[in-house]
Every structure is written in structure tokens, then in C-alpha cells.
Ligand binder design. Sequence first.
Ligand code: ZN
Length: 310
Amino acid sequence: MTAFTPVSECWICGGTALTRVHDASFELAEYRTQDPELAAYSGSTVAIVRCAACGFAQPAQLPALSRYFERLYDQRWSRDWIEREHEATYKDLIFADVIRELGTRVQKPHPRLLDIGSHAGRFLVLARRAGWDVAGLELNPSTAAFALAASGAPIHHGSIDAFEAEREPFDAVTMTDVLEHVPEPRAILRKARALLAPHGWLAVKVPNAPAQRLKESARARLRQAYRPTLADNLVHVNHFCPTSLRAALAREGFEQIVISAGAPELPPNGTLATLADRAARLAAFRAARLLPGGLHTPLAFNLQAYARRS
Ligand SMILES: [Zn+2]
């Protein structure tokens, strides 16, 4: 027996005019042995609804199962897979953008950076190489242990709710592909703000939901068996657009907010098909970032925000 709890107000602005945009399905059979209560949600669906006031989209209801999201992210990844994730370069363009942009904003010796959701620790290694004194926060025990060993940086294992900074506040906090996964995202922004020094900078990268939705439905029209999957299992629980991301940051006390098209993930070079895929992703990103109004076109598949603590 699976239960859900309704969500009746927009998590960003409190709006209650919420309209269904699509459905999320649950397919959790892989957890059958590890977590039967979680696996029991397989076959359910939940509507994803958009707020008329701010454009943010979120689930109309959440699984009532205690610690649903922590249990969902308790994947038992192999050490080989995590090592490959640490070595993989597919996010390096995103990481380079974040390091460059924070570098122009934070100018002091030995600046301190906290990466929330540090995964296998690749970003921490790159940021340290660029002169940052780095620390990480990671929910998954296996990736947290690997990131610690690989980067030598302090990695705090656990959720952000329980995290307390042991030393002075951070000059920068980064969240790359994290904010879309945590229900009630303003709470994590509030926490990030509390961890920052006055005038410290936050860097947030999330998918741009309207553009991703268009891409997914175009794909679905091309391939009959394909259905949109971004929201399935509520892996993406928050669906930001530029307006709602700005609103979330402003309401949590951030200023000097700049939102631009976010850099894409790039598949490794190899075949002609991946070469073409890389070229298409780069062309869309450059157009969305450089053309006036490009952020509000379907070419902006990702959003990159920088915002200062007031
Ligand atoms: Zn709203």
C-alpha cells in the first residue's frame, strides 16, 4: 500500500493556481530487494503542476514514505563506476564556467568553497587546482568516501539539513545539478545563504524545465515507444524556469542575481554521432548564451545562476 501527501502551494511563491503540465511515473523495481517499501511505488503516477504566478513546476503530491528521497539516492554504486565518474570529463565545461565566474567575483587569498552534492569529487579537484580551499557535502556514502580519498578535501557525508560548518563561513557555495532534486528548494537556498560569508557568492546550475520539456516531447513524437522521463520517480522534483529561479534566490535574500544559459554536458569524443551531438549541444548553448533573449528560447536547456548574499 503506497500513500501520497498532497502539495497545494507553490514552493517558490506560495501561489495556488497550479495547472498540470505532465505526469511522472514511478519505476523502482531495481530496489525490490534493497528497499521493498520504496519499490512498492512502482506503477504509481503523480501530476507535475505549474504555478501560474511564477512558472515553477512541482509534483501535485509527494510519496508519504519516510525519507523517500534519501532512500531513492541510496544507490549501491560500484567502486569502478564511481571512479569512472570522477575521471569523466562530461561536466567539465560546466565546472570551468563556475570556477571562472566565481573567480571574477571572489578575489581574496585562499577563498573557501563548499560544493553541495559533490558526487565523486571531480569539481573539488578542479576548484582546488584553481586556488580554492574546498570542502564537499555528499549524501551518498559511497561517492562521499570516494570523493574524500580522491580529492583529500573534507567531505561531509549526510544531508544539508544536518550540516554545520565547523570553521568560518564560505566565500562561495556551489550546487551543480542538485537543486532540482530536493523538495521545497527554498530551504536549501536558505541553508546555503547561512553558510556563506556576507557578500559570499552562490553558483547554482539546474535544468531549464520549459526547454527540457519541449525537447522531451519532440523526442517522444519522433520515437513512439519513448515517453518523457525527466520527472520519473520524482528524480527531478523541482522544475525551474529563469523567472522562478530568480524569484527563489531573491526571496531567500540573494542580490546581484545573474541568470544565463548553463553550459551543457558533453558526451566523450569518439564516434561521428557523439561528435555531432557535442557540436549541436555547443551550438545551442552558445546561441542561448550570446543572443539577446536567448535565455528564454528552447535552446537554453540549462540555467546557470550566480547570486550574492546580501
Ligand atoms: Zn509560484
